[in-house]
Design a protein around this ligand. Structure first.
Ligand SMILES: [Zn+2]
Length: 606
């Protein structure tokens, strides 16, 4: 719905008065009537506008200066009159307005005249380059913006789960209500669809990806089957042509295609549906079929069938393509490790409040496979700190996490075991030993002491141990590998870590009014800091950024400790040279201990 009011009308009027002299006078601009504004820009909300003429690049040009309701907080626009046919020039919209600033760009609201001058100069420069054709490469660099304007209305979007890279290949597609979904093969396509939560049987079809050496220019956007063939010939290779021919020869009435390429800004996909030439569906047609002419039905050689299909002038449907592959979801194609993470498998032992928050973060960063292990069920008292909520109370924590995360991350494989890890180590050792990393947030140092022994008595994956101190006033994450210090090296004989950040006058574990049920009182906000610390160290180990025994410690703000009646420990003050402020993270090596019984045992074994 068009806007009718400025939020700061006074400022708008002041800014307009600053434009009147000298800019508008110099340009000899005439005001546009509200009717002209509404007629030329039906989809936009401009409050006021002026028209002026001049010569740009030797060509007489008419421009509109257009002020939005939020001017001068929002930038002015310039519109070319009359609006050229769409895709004639880059950065010019259907209504003729010029795209001069990136979305969300901010302007100096205190200097409206300067902003208008600056953008007018940008507009002139853009049109000079557009008239000479100097900036036609922008059509390639920003391919997706232009292809989206050329998609055939009302074509459904395609959804791609494909690796955004060559070579051209036969892939698989499923025709959903919202449009086709493309995956590398039938198994991955069906797995992804099932992960979304739909259990029905899916019928999938062969489809294609053809990879071009560079994105298409607007004049290469295909209108017909023959245009697809010609762009594949021009910008593709023999494999692309082979993919097209194979799909065309086998198509019953149509086939769907993704057209991929790499712009300087990243990978791009365009989608197209190629239809079988009309007249071919009826074997009784007097006109004869374009595809079978000259042959008995069913005996047309495949090469001829494919050639006739692909050379036909049958119109194609063009589709925009959304991407849901891991490289796009987790890194927008820029690999800061996300692509490596998608090949990793992590086991999370202990799916309580900390484990659940770590698990959510590991899924968000794109770890490819995550297995949850925890014997406990979720109870009402958990949900004030746990990632899972009331919907999962009464059920297994491990199963609940997998169930909650799976449909939200259908490209990730989640798995669960509602059992103690010791049982899994006995019955299904591969679940633990074949992982790339084990994250332990069990919260029980006896069980973690045993985990440490298990890890060191064979070649087992690295373990990141994570825990918090009372009131989540401090969080610890320790990475232990198969060599170097073990977890026991820096713990007491009871398995408790030697360095504590905080000290408390009495016991901090509160007891529920039931036998032997103890809990740590801490809030979800402080807990998030510790969970992030553990997740971050886990990712660093997975990416090889941390490869020797390391501890990271998060200390909360001092007031969290003192308001709960605690104090910084002597060991912590020594480590931080007496810094009592808190609110920061410290990293240190987890040193080897020559007296460590576990390390000695491991050496003895060798
Ligand atoms: Zn040791």
């Amino acid at each position: 719905m068009p806007r009718s009011k400025s939020i700061d009308g006074e400022q708008f009027d002041r800014a307009v008065s600053e434009l009147e002299y000298p800019i508008l006078k110099e340009l000899a601009a005439r005001p546009l009537s509200p009717v002209e504004l509404a007629a030329q820009y039906p989809k936009k909300s401009f409050r006021i506008g002026w028209q002026f003429e001049g010569e740009i690049g030797g060509r007489p040009t008419i421009l509109n200066l257009l002020l939005p309701f939020d001017f001068p907080y929002a930038p002015p626009s310039f519109g070319l009159v009359p609006a050229p046919k769409i895709l004639t020039y880059p950065h010019v919209e259907e209504d003729g307005t010029l795209c001069l600033l990136s979305a969300g760009a901010s302007v100096d609201s205190a200097q409206p005249a300067e902003v208008v001058r600056e953008l007018l100069s940008d507009a002139v420069e853009l049109l000079e380059k557009s008239y000479t054709g100097e900036n036609r490469g922008d059509f390639r660099d920003e391919f997706l913006s232009y292809w989206s304007r050329a998609s055939t209305q009302p074509a459904n979007h395609f959804l791609s789960l494909l690796r955004p890279s060559p070579p051209s290949r036969i892939v698989r597609a499923w025709p959903g209500i919202k449009g086709y979904t493309f995956a590398e093969n039938e198994e991955s396509l069906k797995g992804w669809l099932a992960n979304l939560g739909d259990k029905k049987e899916f019928q999938t079809f062969p489809a294609g990806l053809i990879w071009l050496t560079k994105p298409m220019l607007p004049e290469q956007y295909p209108n017909s089957n023959a245009d697809v063939l010609s762009v594949a010939t021009e910008l593709g290779d023999d494999v692309a042509l082979k993919v097209l021919r194979s799909l065309a020869a086998a198509a019953e009435d149509k086939f769907v295609l993704l057209i991929g390429s790499r712009a300087v800004t990243g990978a791009c996909f365009a989608g197209a549906t190629l239809n079988k030439p009309r007249g071919s569906s009826s074997p009784f047609s007097k006109q004869g079929s374009l595809l079978t002419k000259g042959f008995r039905p069913g005996s047309v050689p495949r090469e001829i069938l494919a050639s006739r299909f692909l050379n036909a002038t049958e119109p194609v449907t063009r589709h925009e393509v959304d991407r849901a592959d891991p490289a796009w979801i987790h890194g927008r194609d820029i690999d800061n490790g996300q692509i490596q993470l998608s090949a990793k498998r992590v086991v999370v032992l202990g799916c309580g409040s900390i484990g659940s928050l770590v698990a959510k973060t590991l899924a968000t960063v794109g770890v490819g496979q995550i297995t949850f292990v925890d014997p406990e069920n979720l109870v009402w008292a958990n949900i004030g700190r746990h990632f899972l909520g009331a919907e999962f109370v009464g059920g297994s924590k491990a199963k609940g996490l997998a169930k909650e995360l799976q449909p939200n991350y259908p490209h990730i494989e989640f798995d669960h075991r509602s059992a103690k890890w010791e049982m899994i180590a006995d019955t299904e050792p591969g679940v633990l030993s074949d992982a790339d990393l084990i994250v332990s947030s069990i919260g029980n140092f006896s069980s973690e002491g045993l985990l440490n022994r298990w890890q060191r008595l064979a070649v087992h994956p690295p373990v990141v141990y994570g825990w918090t101190e009372a009131f989540a006033s401090a969080g610890h994450a320790v990475a232990i590998f198969n060599v170097g210090a073990c977890f026991r090296c820096q713990t007491t004989e009871h398995g408790e870590p030697t360095l504590k950040v905080t000290e408390w006058p009495g016991p901090t574990l509160k007891q529920e009014p039931a036998c032997g049920i103890m809990f740590q009182p801490y809030g979800p906000i402080e807990l998030n800091n510790s969970a992030n610390l553990i997740a971050e160290l886990s990712v660093d180990v997975l990416l090889g950024a941390v490869n020797s025994p390391t501890e990271r410690i998060w200390a909360s703000r001092e007031s969290v400790v003192t308001s709960n009646g605690g104090a910084w420990s002597r060991g912590w003050l020594e480590l931080t040279a007496g810094d009592t402020r808190g609110g920061f993270c410290v990293e240190r090596a987890w040193g080897e201990n020559s007296e460590c019984t576990v390390c000695r045992m491991a050496i003895g074994k060798c």
